[in-house]
Design a protein around this ligand. Structure first.
Ligand SMILES: [Fe+2]
Length: 191
């Protein structure tokens, strides 16, 4: 069972002006696609030919982990964005207020965590096994599933995510990111 590149749930130019068509063409069409193609080459003839993507992320190591986790992370990142944003629902808003003091406090913490991630990586909102929420950061292909946390939202802070639109300005990219966050997706993940 080969891994596949999911269709984006919106058009390539739908996230403009915050994220350009050119960024999606490269980030989704080339970077994300390359992780899928590379993972499929690596699993040929191995036990991973018949595992789901989630299982592969939890079990793989080395180069295969890097590629399957990057597939997972990008699938999740794209689903967490929307061109037609709505406000957080009551259940999610209440959870963010309870954990972080407010929605803006959560956004500030996640922004600081994203900006503070050294080099390539991801910032996450996760639900921990005890049900509490937390903001965390992973390096390179790192994914919270391997530590037992459930991802609710992520932001890609690899340079390929923002260099076309904002050059080296990760903070500016983060400002625009918040205009695209799909709060309904986050609330669905909250469960
Ligand atoms: Fe990326």
């Amino acid at each position: 069972m080969a891994f596949t590149l999911p269709e984006l749930p919106y058009a390539r130019d739908a996230l403009e002006p915050h994220m350009s068509r050119e960024t999606l063409e490269f980030h989704y069409g080339k970077h994300h696609k390359t992780y899928v193609d590379t993972a499929n080459k690596l699993i040929a003839g191995t036990e991973f030919e018949n595992t789901t993507l989630d299982e592969a992320v939890k079990k793989a190591s080395g180069k295969l982990f890097n590629n399957v986790a990057q597939i997972w992370n990008h699938n999740f990142f794209w689903e967490g964005l929307t061109p037609s944003q709505t406000a957080p629902g009551k259940k999610l808003a209440d959870a963010l207020v309870k954990q972080f003091g407010g929605i803006d406090d959560f956004k500030k913490l996640m922004t600081e965590t994203a900006i503070g991630t050294f080099g390539s990586g991801w910032a996450w909102l996760v639900k921990k096994p005890d049900g509490t929420l937390a903001v965390s950061s992973t390096s390179n292909a790192g994914n919270p599933l391997t530590g037992g946390d459930k991802p609710l939202l992520t932001v890609d802070v690899w340079e390929h995510a923002y260099y076309i639109d904002y050059r080296n300005a990760r903070a500016t990219y983060l400002e625009h990111y918040w205009a695209l966050v799909n709060w309904a997706f986050v609330e669905k993940n909250l469960g």
